[in-house]
Design a protein around this ligand. Sequence first.
Ligand SMILES: [Zn+2]
Length: 226
Amino acid sequence: MHSTVRELFAGNDRHVEAVCETFDELQAAQHPEVVTVCCGDSRVLQDDMWDNHQPGRIFTHSNIGNRVVQETNASRVVTGDVLYPLVHTETHTAIVVGHTGCGAVTAAYRDLTEGIEEPVGIEYCVHLLEHDLEPGVEALPDGLDETQAVNRLVEYNVDRQVDHLVTSEHVPENVTIVGVVYDFQDVYTPRRGCATVVNVDGTRETETLRDQHPEIADRVRRLWEY
Ligand SMILES: [Zn+2]
C-alpha cells in the first residue's frame, strides 16, 4: 500500500480518538448550522478554515470552481448537493467559498479567451462556470495580466453562485447566503488563509455590507466593483 494511504489511516486513528464521544448526540440525525460550498482545491481546507473540528456543525460540499448549480434536461437549477441541507436539515446559512488562484476559474477564463481542450467531464464543469463568467470576462478592466483577471473572476464567480441561491425558488426565504474569497496569495491581505467577505444575500457594495453587518465589517473587502 502506498505510504500516503498508510499515513491517512494513521491520521484516521487520531481522528477517532478526537471525535468518538461527540457522536453520542449525532448518531440518528444531523442539524448542521451551515452549508459551505467550496472549491475542491487541496489548498482550501473546508472545515479547518473555520477552525471547525466538530461533527454535525458544517455540511460541506466541494467541486471545482465552487459551483452551486447543475444542468438538468430542462434547466439550470441549484444542485441537490447544496439544497439538501437547506431543505431537509433546518440549515439557515449557506457560505460560498471561492479562492484566489482558482484553477477552475482559470480554465473557464482561458476557454472563453483562447479555447482549451479538456476531457468531457472537466469540460462540463468548466462549461457551467463559463455560463456564469462570460459577462464578467467581457467586463474586465483593460490591462490586467491573467493572474489579476482570474482573481477578479473568482470574486465575480462567488457573486454569481450567491445569486443562484438568492434567486432559486427552492432555497427557503430565511436562508442567509454569504460569499467569501479564501486567500493564500496575499491578494486581499497578507493574512494567508483569511476568508474575506465579498457578498451577503446578493449585496456586494462594500460600504452597504459594512453598514448592514457591523460584526463582520472588518472582513469586507472587494477587488472589483463592477
Ligand atoms: Zn479552485
